[in-house]
Design a protein around this ligand. Structure first.
Ligand code: ADP
Ligand code: MN
Ligand code: MN
Ligand code: MN
Length: 362
């Protein structure tokens, strides 16, 4: 509160109403830091309204502060790759997704978009589509799940998934705000629901073709963290935030190629599953930032997961690595769901390895 009794947000609104002079606009550049899961951003002014991402300048930042470089040689390059409307500043202001390159112009260690883009280019005849279900957990600033009693635990899981009521779901305001902000930005958000563990939620992005999947999901994550900041709530993408009898969080990846979506597609889905079955271990390495260490806590064979060691597939089976949705089996065409990726996965890595295994036979 200020001395007139206004909240800081009400005070801020006064300034956000100011119209920028002479066509100046603000660009918020977003990028992935050296952890492979953290998102960073910074702002600059330009004096034209960009129509295409190719018009935007390359920029740089201090990689020694993002776990990406030594202080003595710290400049990293930001290469703009996709633009979205800015749901926070409105007007012509933009969010700009960037790839990170090192001082020698080679991709940074956690720039997985670079190879993903090459793979998607080589597979474009198959028009790979993805839809990712992003699960996440809201925390209070003290690190405790948002809305949970400060001492003890909420009642056991059962009533919370897709629940309604103040004793079933916590944080719906944030979910609603995030959904609208994604639509405004131009992120292809497809739906949302409350999850099995209280304070856990999901949104889906897709279907997106090729490289767009990673771009749209990373921007949706940025918007989620940014909206939650306004509400004083912290978002964690940890795949198992609460040990014990509480569901973990995944990033189920729904996937199809042109052949799978056409008549007789089920045979192509089954062929892809056979290929995936021979590459389980390498896929697990691509499905979380710690090459399986994070996902090990989640993929236990319980709580609607398969065991991290074994590959399995089945129609309507939510305890399998790969699920063929019931409707897809009945219609004989459609898509498959890879249930293994962790909530903190890099979608560029996940989509790249799926296409390499199933389309490029690498
Ligand atoms: P679940 O039943 O596993 O909870 P959801 O409804 O949460 O499934 O998510 C399904 C996702 O599948 C959506 O994001 C949707 O965009 C995506 N999807 C639908 N059809 C296809 C397709 N042909 N190829 C790839 N993804 C698809
Ligand atoms: Mn879902
Ligand atoms: Mn879910
Ligand atoms: Mn799912």
């Amino acid at each position: 509160m200020d001395n007139l009794g206004k909240t800081n947000k009400q005070v801020l609104d006064r300034y956000l109403k100011l119209e920028a002079d002479s066509g100046k606009i603000q660009l918020e550049y977003l990028w992935i830091d050296g952890t492979g899961e953290g998102i960073r951003s910074k702002c600059r002014t330009i004096d034209f309204v960009p129509k295409d991402v190719s018009e935007l300048p390359i920029w740089n930042y201090d990689g020694s502060s993002t776990y990406q470089a030594e202080g003595s040689n710290s400049d990293m390059y930001l290469q703009p790759v996709a633009i979205f409307n800015d749901p926070f500043r409105l007007g012509n202001n933009k969010l700009v997704m960037c790839e990170v390159n090192k001082y020698n112009k080679l991709p940074a260690d956690t720039n997985y978009r670079h190879t993903c883009r090459e793979v998607m280019d080589r597979a474009k005849h198959e028009h790979p589509w993805f839809g990712i279900e992003q699960e996440y957990t809201m925390l209070s600033q003290d690190g405790h799940p948002f809305g949970w009693p400060k001492q003890g635990f909420p009642g056991p899981q059962g009533p919370y998934y897709c629940g309604v009521g103040a004793n079933k779901v916590y944080g719906r305001d944030i979910v609603e705000a995030h959904y609208r902000a994604c639509l405004y930005a131009g992120v292809k958000i497809a739906g949302c629901n409350a999850e099995v563990m209280p304070a856990q939620w999901e949104f889906q992005v897709g279907p997106c073709e090729g490289i767009d999947m990673g771009d749209h999901l990373w921007v949706a994550r940025y918007i989620l963290h940014r909206v939650s900041e306004d509400f004083g709530v912290v978002i964690t993408l940890d795949p198992k935030p609460m040990p014990g009898d509480w569901n973990g969080a995944g990033a189920h990846t729904n996937y199809s190629t042109k052949s799978m979506r056409e008549e007789g597609g089920l045979a192509h889905i089954e062929k892809a599953i056979t290929k995936l079955s021979t590459k389980h271990d390498i896929h697990i390495k691509y499905y979380d930032p710690k090459e399986g260490e994070d996902n090990k806590r989640r993929l236990t064979g319980r709580h609607e997961t398969s065991s991290i060691q074994d590959f399995s597939a089945g129609v309507a089976n939510r305890g399998a690595s790969i699920r063929i949705p019931r409707q897809v089996a009945e219609e004989g065409q459609g898509y498959l769901e890879d249930r293994r990726p962790a909530s903190n996965c890099d979608p560029y890595r996940v989509t790249e390895i799926i296409v390499r295994t199933t389309v490029l036979d690498e």
